[in-house]
Design a protein around this ligand. Structure first.
Ligand code: FE
Length: 169
């Protein structure tokens, strides 16, 4: 390979990565289809402004801004866009980051896509399998058994506490 061919390859790779990073996170990857599809207007009507920014525009809420960061009750966390159960309290842990954190998602509930480099670390975006809404990111520095850390925006979740068994029931 000549020096010139080598350089052409490097430039091509850089352009390809810049192009994939520029794609809107809420749009989904090439060929990705979702069960629930809404127009932008429908999403704006269905969500609060804060939810829309995170779920549909890939924004990140401020650390420690969600009450779900400190939520400790047993229950299920649903996608705020479509109500699909996406995380369980059983896999939630205190990451100290200020965002609700889980070491695994509910089976088949989320999908991921490579997002390029974010703060010098390769970032993997996490979105809802059913409606494609952006939920957060997943990193490889979580606890056992998966060693994953799903760093999720609380505003992208709806917590449903498990009903407490009634006395004498
Ligand atoms: Fe969803």
């Amino acid at each position: 390979m000549s020096r010139r061919e080598f350089l052409r390859g490097v430039v091509g790779a850089l352009v390809a990565s810049a192009t994939s990073m520029g794609r809107s996170r809420a749009e989904g990857g090439a060929g990705e289809r979702f069960e629930i599809v809404k127009s932008d207007d429908e999403w704006r009507r269905a969500l609060s402004a804060g939810q829309y920014a995170v779920l549909r525009e890939g924004d990140t809420e401020r650390a420690r801004s969600s009450p779900l960061d400190e939520e400790r009750r047993p229950g299920v966390y649903r996608c705020a866009g479509c109500d699909l159960p996406v995380f369980s309290s059983q896999t939630k842990f205190d990451s100290g980051t200020g965002w609700p954190s889980f070491w695994v998602a509910i089976d088949g509930a989320v999908r991921t896509r490579q997002e390029g480099i974010r703060f010098f670390i390769p970032a993997t975006e996490v979105h809802c399998r059913r409606c494609g809404s952006h939920l957060g990111h997943v990193f490889g520095d979580g606890p056992a058994p998966t060693h994953l850390r799903y760093c999720i925006n609380g505003i992208a979740l709806r917590f449903e506490p498990r009903p407490t068994p009634s006395a004498g029931g």
